[in-house]
Design a binder for this molecule. Sequence first.
Ligand code: PEP
Ligand code: MN
Length: 353
Amino acid sequence: MNSTHTESLKERKPIIISGPCSAETEEQTLETCLALAKTGRVNMIRAGIWKPRTKPGMFEGIGTKGLPWLKKVKDLTGLPVAVEVATERHVEDCLTFEIDAVWLGARTTVNPFSVQEVADALKGVNIPVMIKNPINPDIELWSGAIERISKAGITNITLVHRGFSSYGNMDYRNVPMWHLPLELKRRRPDIKMICDPSHIGGRRDVLLDISQKAIDLEFDGLMIESHIDPGKAWSDAAQQVTPDRLLELLNAIVWERNSSDAEMMPLEKLRDQINHIDDEIMLLLSRRMNLADKIGLYKKENHMRILQSHRWQQVLDWAITKGESLGLSKDFVLNYYGVIHTESMSRQQRIVE
Ligand code: PEP
Ligand code: MN
């Protein structure tokens, strides 16, 4: 490892963005943000003003009324403030209240019409823009949003990795799929990439682990949600931390590896990517077995035989062709599916009996 690389690691100054998921009241916004400023570790304040919620009737954000609270935060702390925008009006309101930076949320990046609307509204105002990954694992959609925002004349773009939505019971609220942000980092080393462990984890207790992983993978910083009284938050209560806890968390992260660690970095990085993929393989295998159990129940109720050889042949034919197209040998695919099939059959056997 040459010394330039080691130096650049040491010189890395992490971007730390924190603030409540949502601005709820003037008091909650000011208390939270003043306490965050006091930690001395936060370089930018975030707060949601308009919240894209999964279902109607959930708290949809305080709206424009909250923008003067953020202006106050900015005046009192001297810190820049950032807000999520999804429409032209959001951008206009933010500019009126001198919001310093804006971000596109995961549910906006996913929609090229919305990204374009925000990009058009930003033409001629070169403020920093953060772009969260789209909710679905589509790196091209994420890149498309970068292109739309750059074409509007925005020169300060930061990407935010917040994980990807998935069906079923997962460890985290959103699957990290670290290989996707890493691929985008590889393609666009000129753009900073930070991690949002709050929305990946969905729970406070996993924030440190996720943050440490991001820093080890050379992300440029973190966006972490903080609330003066997290349990009482009107949105994302389970994942927010108090400003004090945020400081503890930031102190617990190992920001720089010493030079002997740094020499290990390429190997560590590769192993880390393997660990993440293994983690996803395990979750997928467990989901596959759960589905096999459901099929077992169905077969039992309908007095069907467990082994349906026609179906098994179809699965194998598909797997061999798919494997070949991905550079996996037929032997490997047959072995792998053999083990999976044996386990599925014996689980179904137990159910039937
Ligand atoms: C948020 O940052 O509060 C938010 C809504 O995040 P995301 O777009 O990542 O879901
Ligand atoms: Mn949130």
